[in-house]
Design a protein around this ligand. Structure first.
Ligand code: NAD
Ligand code: DAU
Length: 357
């Protein structure tokens, strides 16, 4: 079978890293070029130690998705069969304190990548097999009340600069299908967790703080609900959508594991108490501190994945309990990785976001 050449953007981040490692192993006839600007969230070391046959099908280019000339050169040189677009500014709290970078990368970057893809697709006779998969988020739908689920038909209603920028990008992607016929796919997924997640997001931040006996900051009353999806289940869904999804369509991807934040934090305290031999008045729960809420904090996310399940046969394979334990154990085993991402920039962020809460 001829090699399928995939351009992955943002592959040095959390989901991109897991996607590249998982896909190179699962799909021996895929080769991947990873284009990543290496922001604070990108770590090329994530992809350094791979078995030889996987490494032989992997290439890294340090560059920005906003760079038109670079995109043009890469498309001409590598003649990609598909683009999977992960690159983004991805953290809601950072978007509240500094929204412009989100417009730059998530909106303008996505637009430039779409435009380069369109030129390439046209230059190759509008190849019917070409795909542009835009990896998006359930946050574009806004917030749910106590009941109901986001479906692919839920109107967009973003609350944060992050989700507004992702919504804008999704609109551009769909416009390129309707206007020019570019074969695009959009996925909107719920909260991911697993190895290699930067410790600014809830689960890895809490793991590190608990291990280091530092305060565990819970926003608001801790009763906001997220629908947790193990990152490998997300990667399998993306492969399915890329291979079998219908151009122009959107697919929601959810873990079906709704939890209040405080429940997740209690789970993490319990797992780590067991691992660290803490109990009674020494329990990790003593580090929990309720702090000032996130402005515009969405109350509840929950995804209806029945379209993806019914049409493409995908469902998550990992339970929240098992995969959360596996995630905690990954962080406990990867001290060097943690040290490498906790740079001066990381400490500055923690100071900036949590000092005044
Ligand atoms: P991440 O922040 O861990 O990684 C983002 C990556 O993009 C980094 O490697 C960074 O260096 C790179 N990047 C940023 N700006 C760039 C630019 N201008 N050019 C090239 N590369 C650039 O993000 P993640 O959590 O892995 O999320 C990946 C994608 O999935 C994002 O589009 C995000 O919106 C979406 N998503 C994430 C989740 C989640 O729970 N993490 C859920 C749904 C959707
Ligand atoms: O739903 C998908 C989205 O999930 C992705 O699009 C985003 O890229 C990803 O960052 C994530 O967004 P959230 O805002 O839901 O994730 P975060 O880990 O920042 O927060 C999860 C919940 O935990 C949220 O209700 C806020 C709360 N929280 C978060 C942090 C960092 C706290 O209570 N304390 C904290 O210190």
């Amino acid at each position: 079978m001829p090699l399928k050449k995939i351009l992955v953007t943002g592959g040095c981040g959390f989901i991109g890293t897991n996607f590249i490692r998982h896909t190179l192993e699962k799909k021996p006839y895929w080769s991947i070029l990873n284009l990543d600007a290496l922001t604070y969230a990108g770590n090329p070391a994530n992809l350094e130690s791979m078995p030889e046959d996987m490494a032989a099908r992997y290439m890294f280019v340090h560059g920005d998705i906003r760079d038109n000339e670079l995109l043009k050169r890469l498309f001409i040189k590598h003649n990609f069969d598909a683009v999977i677009h992960f690159a983004a500014e991805s953290h809601v709290d950072r978007s509240i304190l500094g929204p412009e970078a989100f417009v730059e990368t998530n909106v303008i970057g996505t637009f430039r990548l779409l435009d380069a893809s369109l030129k390439h697709w046209k230059a190759h006779g509008r190849h019917p097999e070409f795909r542009f998969l835009n990896v998006s988020t359930d946050e574009v739908y806004g917030s749910l009340g106590k009941t109901g689920y986001f479906t692919e038909k839920t109107p967009y209603d973003p609350s944060s600069p992050y989700s507004a920028s992702k919504a804008a990008a999704d609109h551009f992607v769909r416009a390129y299908f309707r206007t020019y016929g570019l074969p695009v796919l959009v996925t909107n997924s719920s909260n991911n967790y697993g190895p290699y997640q930067f410790p600014e997001k809830l689960i890895p931040l809490m793991i590190l703080n608990i291990v280091e006996s530092r305060p565990v900051p819970v926003y608001g009353d801790g009763k906001n609900v997220r629908d947790w999806l193990y990152v490998i289940d997300h990667c399998d869904a993306l492969i399915k959508v890329l291979e079998e999804g219908k151009p122009g369509e959107t697919y929601n991807i959810g873990g079906g594991e709704e939890r209040q934040n405080i429940e997740v934090i209690h789970n993490l305290c319990d797992i780590l108490d067991e691992r660290l031999g803490r109990a009674g008045k020494n329990s990790s729960r003593r580090f929990i501190q309720f702090v000032t809420d996130r402005p515009g904090h969405d109350r509840r996310y929950a995804i209806d994945s029945s379209k993806l399940n019914g049409e493409l046969g995908w469902k998550p394979e990992h339970s929240f309990e098992d995969a959360l334990e596996a995630t905690v154990d990954w962080y406990l085993r990867h001290n060097e990785w943690i040290k490498s991402v906790k740079t001066g920039e990381y400490r500055k962020w923690i100071e900036k976001n949590y000092h005044t809460r």
